[in-house]
Design a binder for this molecule. Structure first.
Ligand SMILES: Nc1ncnc2c1ncn2[C@@H]1O[C@H](COP(=O)(O)OP(=O)(O)OP(=O)(O)O)[C@@H](O)[C@H]1O
Ligand SMILES: [Mg+2]
Length: 239
């Protein structure tokens, strides 16, 4: 479902933030992605939804290939990205809710791009709001919701197109223990329907309590949980 093959990522003249990542995540797996702040968790997730491209190496996601794009690849990439993102649900570290629209519109926005009719949009939005327990908040704007409620709206928005893969970047960051468990249970439930879930987290409580595979990043290297049989190359060799 998701594969990283010798992926290096280097921003401009900076030290590489991902180093020789080799990784395979299967359909319907639940995987934790951990590592200290700045280790490269968000950058790795961005490679899955093609917000970033490898400097070298390849990423394969749901049948789409991503590599360092040449100029001539750009039209192909512009067509590929929307096709890929329709198969993914993304819960961003910084929420990215539209603050001038209510909860219903925030979620509906994610389906409108697929060209669905208003009747279907309404049905699907109310379905995911019921699943996340937030039907009664549908006409609120994000600033009228608690942090945990906003996070559940982000999950509802990520679920609404029935994704094959759900990427959740620190979905329990800054939430108290009870709310964190609520959010986590929601992700587990989504996973039980067959959706692959990759959750970036610092939450040691959750990691220790649930024995899902754990990918550990250390300053850009995957030191545990991946398919890292290949010795990382010296970063300078890719510059
Ligand atoms: N667009 C960018 N340009 C240059 N450097 C970047 C860019 N995005 C991220 N970085 C750097 O890449 C490294 C990894 O960042 P990333 O956001 O992936 O870490 P993270 O593991 O998600 O951290 P956190 O736990 O704090 O969210 C950091 O050193 C960061 O400064
Ligand atoms: Mg991050």
């Amino acid at each position: 479902m998701i594969e990283f093959s010798h992926v290096y990522k280097q921003y401009d003249d900076h030290y590489p933030v991902l180093k020789d990542i080799n990784l395979f995540v299967d359909k319907a797996e639940f995987v934790f992605l951990t590592g200290a702040s700045g280790a490269g968790k968000t950058t790795l997730l961005k490679h899955i939804y093609m917000e970033e491209f490898p400097t070298t190496g390849q990423v394969f996601v749901c049948g789409h290939e991503s590599k360092n794009p040449k100029r001539s690849d750009l039209p192909f990439i512009r067509r590929t990205i929307p096709m890929l993102r329709r198969k993914l649900g993304i819960v961003f570290q910084d929420f990215r809710l539209l603050n001038d629209r209510n909860v219903f519109e925030n979620i509906a926005f994610a389906i409108r791009a697929t060209g669905a009719s208003e009747r279907i949009i309404k049905r699907k939005v109310f379905e995911v709001l019921a699943k996340t327990g937030l039907s009664h908040k549908c006409s609120h704007i994000p600033s009228q919701l608690s942090g945990g409620e906003q996070q559940r709206i982000c999950i509802a928005r990520a679920m609404v197109n029935d994704p094959l893969v759900l990427l959740a970047d620190e979905p329990t960051g800054n939430l108290d223990v009870d709310i964190s468990h609520e959010i986590f249970n929601l992700l587990k439930e989504i996973n039980s329907w067959g959706t692959t879930v990759i959750m970036a987290t610092h939450d040691q409580n959750l990691i220790e309590q649930y024995h899902y595979r754990r990918l550990v990043l250390d300053r850009g290297s995957l030191i545990k949980g991946g398919d890292s049989t290949v010795k990382p190359k010296e970063w300078k060799s890719i510059a």
